[in-house]
Design a protein around this ligand. Sequence first.
Ligand SMILES: *[C@@H]1O[C@H](CO)[C@@H](O)[C@H](O)[C@H]1NC(C)=O
Length: 258
Amino acid sequence: MSSWRGLCFLVWIMLIGQCQAQLKENFYSSTCPNVESIENQAVSKKLRQTFTTIPATLRLFLHDCFVEAGGPSFNVELGRRDGLISKASRVAEKIPKPSFNLKQLYSIFSQLNLTQLDMIALSGGHTLGVSHCDQFSNRLHSFSSSAQTDPSLDPDYARQLTAACSDSDESTVIILDPETPQIFDNMYFKNLVAGKGLLSSDQVLFSDPASQPIVRDFANSPGEFNVAFVAGMRKLGRSGVKTGRQGELRKDCTAFNS
Ligand SMILES: *[C@@H]1O[C@H](CO)[C@@H](O)[C@H](O)[C@H]1NC(C)=O
């Protein structure tokens, strides 16, 4: 059987070379009568290989992930493979700095194929979590060489921050969403509207007229924010994904396999 296939294949190659200009539906009826079933088998085999390979390597495992602090729940696509390069020196250029303006922020997110809407929605993740005084002390007159406190900062909030940070130290922890720190909600956007974005890169989403309408939308509609946040998370999970034979699946996620 396999020698027949080999022979048919050989004949087929020769015929391609000789008779390209002559197309006929039954072109192989005499030279390779089984060509369709042979091709069918080859394609089916390939499909079977693909179906057993993809689920193990690609993002086909779905896992229910519930954010306990409330907010939207959604299926996370799992199965991203691990890269074979991991260097601390390559990290800084890929993550947004707290000093970034809208354009600089977007240049980072666009490299991940995320839109400005995704970027703003994902920034809403700052409804949870903390930062440190050295990340925003340049906005406070007392701790920086600037003549005045960042005017986009609410004066009362600026006074609270100045009191909380004894200097521009990195040890003091400051909550990103002081209103509802334990709840996943759209308070982050309400804070921005009120001039209470902790990092400059938070507040700029409202200060810049290009992104302000979206911030207002999310501040007014938790539903709209939730939908956009989930969409952004899904896209983030797909960006730069390694599949197939790329990278590896680490046995210990802190180290390369070899
Ligand atoms: C962005 O999208 C392009 C086109 O689909 C793709 O080639 C590229 O790998 C994507 N980049 C990332 C980081 O996912």
